[in-house]
Design a protein around this ligand. Sequence first.
Ligand SMILES: [Zn+2]
Length: 99
Amino acid sequence: MWKWIVALLAVALLYKLLTADKTRKAGDEGKAKERRIASGELVKDPVCGVYVEAASSISVRDGDRVQYFCGHDCRDRFLKKLEAEGRPIPRADDGENDE
Ligand SMILES: [Zn+2]
């Protein structure tokens, strides 16, 4: 009879280990992302709020700051917003001119 109790305990222990491992991994990924944000490697798109890689994203110089965008749509929306606020429109850094 106690064989079953041991088996049940083993299953419960295994289940606990597996679920604990999952939550720990998720925490590590969150920390890794936080580190990349802190180091400036990951930057937030001010339009849609998505984190993008600074090195591979579209950037626009806005005064002494640089804004990064996930795509041309977000960059254009940002520029339109600046225009609506009556602020000077920064020149796109990527040299693209589709207007
Ligand atoms: Zn975006």
